[in-house]
Every structure is written in structure tokens, then in C-alpha cells.
Ligand binder design. Sequence first.
Ligand code: SF4
Ligand code: SF4
Length: 167
Amino acid sequence: MSIADRIRRNPLYSLKMHAAAIATGLRYLFAKPRMTVRYPEYVIDLGRNYRGMIRLHKDKCISCSLCAQVCPASAMKMYKLPGEKKMYPGINYQRCIFCGFCVDICPVNALEHTPVHDIAEEDMEGMIYLPLPGRFDREWKSPAEEEGGRKVKVEFDEEEGLKHEPE
Ligand code: SF4
Ligand code: SF4
């Protein structure tokens, strides 16, 4: 039986699951090892090879559509926007699994992963990035960093969990 069916049959089941989730959160708030940093005060430096939000360099794109063809999640599609002569890719982050196939296959390096992942949109439509100025070609920045969060390199310690300097 699916979780949705269980909730339909017994609304108390939903309450029980929420209570269990809150209890888990509270347990890890105090328990060690801790696998988080104090975000947004600290932001983990994910390194150059992290597969985060993708940036399109439209000036390099040759409209070959390989990125859209290789995408296993149908997240990347080609769009011909008004006033454009060629098609360019756009990405739907509702579907993207950050596999990086599109970046790897691009013959002219027009797609680039960035180490930014802490992005939220207000609605589902906002998660679709068309090849418009300031959208798919935007220079991604972590909102936490923009508001003064400090980038830190972390190490894993068996006892303590994630550690970084300064604490
Ligand atoms: S990272 Fe993977 S899932 Fe996301 S758009 Fe590229 S190919 Fe598709
Ligand atoms: S694979 Fe690269 S060049 Fe080809 S359409 Fe995609 S972004 Fe453009």
C-alpha cells in the first residue's frame, strides 16, 4: 500500500510520520557526529568539480542539441525563442538529476557545472530556465554567500562528523 493510500485510510498515520521526522531532526540537532555546518553562516566549499547548477555560455553554443538528446531525465530541451534564428538549450530543474551528461557531451564547452546548489524558486515554473538573458546563462552565486556566509572547507571526523576552521 502506498503512503498516500495509508494517509487516506488513516489521517493519524500522517501525524505519526511527521512526529517521527521531527524526532529524528531533534535527535541529530544535539547528537554527534554532525553531518551539517551552520548554514547560512557557513557555506561548504564544494570544489570545482561539484555538479551543481548548470550555466549556459550561449555565445559558444552551436545549437547541435546533443545535450538535449543525451539527457536521461528529459530535463534539457531545445527552445527557439522569438527573435532568435537558432535553437538553444533550456533546463528544467524539476527533472534534472545533475548527472552531468549534458556538460560532458557538449563539443564546445558551452555548458558548465557550478559549485552552487542552494537555490530555491517560489514556484515550479521558476525552475525552468530558458535560454534568456539572466536565466540559463546567469552567473550562479550561493544566496548564503551573497548575504555574508563564510565559505569553509570541511573534513570528516569519525567522532565529530563534519569539521571546519574556524568553528
Ligand atoms: S545534468 Fe543530467 S539530468 Fe540534468 S540536464 Fe544535464 S543531462 Fe539532463
Ligand atoms: S551540446 Fe553544447 S553546443 Fe550543443 S546545443 Fe547543447 S550547449 Fe549548445
